[in-house]
Ligand binder design. Structure first.
Ligand code: DC
Length: 237
């Protein structure tokens, strides 16, 4: 027991939060990270940045080797704001702007995320985010592939209708015009692709805690997660 405790104390704890798009991983991740004083990895942003980088260099979206080079050479920097909001990443020292969060960018990111070479090129970069006192990492394969030894693995789900509604409200609140039906179609198509790809498909790790958020709000999800964090005694290294 004491030996196990000794090695556990030396490890930097990771809380993995996975799930489909629009399920609230980002919001939950930011809150949990801010609460615990942990670092945050938005792994989807990395795939989106590769998409933007590939577009900027006119790399064909079916050229896996060239896309992997873009991923390996990505000059990206994440900075945290004073509060819990994640400041937008810098690509080549420049803010990337709204383009990063567009449906189009998410769609391209989802397509290139299907290439094993791209995923491998991003693996070490993602693991480098694991620094004391701890890390909250959100994505599709944080618990299953990138941090298989995470202290806690959460997999969020919600109906596609509910997720489309949430996304719709977010866009409208930002003053971005949107319609529900196409959003629903896009989210369903992206889910299917992320779930059915052969490499690192989106699925709960065998030891993940699955939380269906369809009928509960973010405050309740946060409370449930923090309860598990406290039961498992997870705190900064
Ligand atoms: O979470 P997001 O919507 O920003 O992610 C955009 C796409 O990137 C998503 O549709 C699939 C891919 N992705 C992935 O394959 N693995 C991750 N860990 C994160 C994102």
């Amino acid at each position: 027991m004491s030996g196990a405790r000794g090695s556990a104390a030396a490890r930097v704890p990771v809380i993995a939060i996975d799930g489909p798009s629009g399920v609230g991983k980002g919001t939950l991740g930011r809150r949990v990270a801010a609460h615990l004083g942990f670092h945050l990895l938005d792994s989807g942003a990395l795939y989106r940045l590769v998409a933007l980088g590939a577009e900027a260099r006119s790399v064909p979206l079916d050229d896996a080797e060239a896309l992997a080079r873009v991923a390996a050479e990505l000059d990206v920097e994440f900075r945290l704001d004073a509060g819990e909001e994640l400041a937008e990443p810098l690509l080549g020292g420049q803010p990337v702007g709204e383009a990063l969060r567009s449906e189009r960018c998410g769609e391209i990111a989802s397509r290139i995320a299907g290439y094993a070479q791209v995923r491998t090129a991003l693996l070490a970069r993602q693991r480098a985010f694991r620094r004391p006192p701890g890390l909250v990492a959100d994505g599709r394969d944080m618990g299953s592939v990138v941090f298989p030894d995470a202290e806690l693995k959460i997999f969020l789900t919600a109906s596609v209708e509910e997720r489309a509604q949430r996304r719709y409200k977010q866009l409208i609140a930002k003053g971005i015009g949107a319609s529900l039906a196409p959003l629903l179609g896009e989210i369903a198509a992206r889910d299917k692709r992320d779930r059915e790809r052969s490499v690192a498909p989106m699925k709960p790790a065998s030891d993940a805690v699955v939380i269906d958020t369809t009928a509960i709000d973010i405050d309740e999800v946060f409370e449930q997660v923090m309860k598990i964090v406290s039961t498992r005694g997870i705190s900064g290294s």
